[in-house]
Design a protein around this ligand. Sequence first.
Ligand code: PMP
Length: 365
Amino acid sequence: MSSDDVRLADLPLREDLRGRTPYGAPQLEVPVRLNTNENPFPPPGELVEDVTAAVREAAADLHRYPDRDAVELRRDLAGYLSGATGVPLSERNLWAANGSNEILQQLLQAFGGTGRTALGFEPSYSMHPIIAAGTRTEWLPAPRRPDFTLDAARAAEIVTERGPDVVFVTSPNNPTGGSIPLSELEPVLRAAPGIVVVDEAYAEFSAQPSAVRLLEDYPAKLVVSRTMSKAFAFAGGRVGYLAAAPAIVDALQLVRLPYHLSVMTQAAARAALRHAGATLASVARLAAERDRVVEALRGLGFAPVPSDANFVLFGLFADAPVSWRSYVDNGVLIRDVGIEGHLRVTIGTPEENDAFLAASKEVPR
Ligand code: PMP
């Protein structure tokens, strides 16, 4: 018997994982890839040089484990986030991990788990229920309005009724694009008996203020999760982070693997942060491109959902999977997020967006 003869179904896998499918957007080789909400502009040359020099220097220490607590990286992230939000933060308020997905997993390892629940307003980021399943946290789906906005009063009622240990609020919401104003977040925070995670992966693209401003008022409940994968053009570097009370950081230290952030990751992220100004200059360009794409889609008779992120959910399609395939055949990879009649496009470079709009004229509706 060769190792290829062993089938997944034959393994003593946890019963609750049987039959599940892994997260994953198709990674297809097509000319225009607008499916994973990355920043389409490559990092500036000075950043590439600085990251290279920082990693070269770090390589001299590769025989040693990294700083287990990533203190300097957390200090730099605190500096960036304080500057961006106007809220004073120190490294004690910051925690970092390999992408915000790992941050979210650590949060559910610490605050979810067997016998506990996590609630999210759907449709939203599909990894939230997947991470809940992986950590054996029962997932409680709650609705949004038919136009995908969050009804804050209703959301607070549901949170009161269900009493979840963890609530996820994604703002701007992926895949629908809208943000929640802080005045509407507060009723949810007041109602929540446990932790509220505001997933701000796309915050830099939004005009709404960050929930970081509410940390002072809800220190025992609120966690704001962010990432360098989107606006920061650092998706390949794998760094996400959170801002919260220092006690929440202490809680995550109980579940994190030691030395989870490599010497190279820490050095590269710190170098990339030194160029935040140059990288984030693309945010305004992308927001302008997003508005152009939305207008053009409207002009073509589509119904785009209002977005303040770097992607747009749009419809209506009689058969979204068929139309998705037709986009691929036209050389454009976008995302079928499983919302009936809709597809999601990431905002790319002006040329990529033009290719997407040209394909939009060809696909069946
Ligand atoms: N949160 C949201 C809402 C996202 O869309 C994503 C990426 N698709 C993430 C978190 C995780 O991203 P990363 O692990 O790269 O930080």
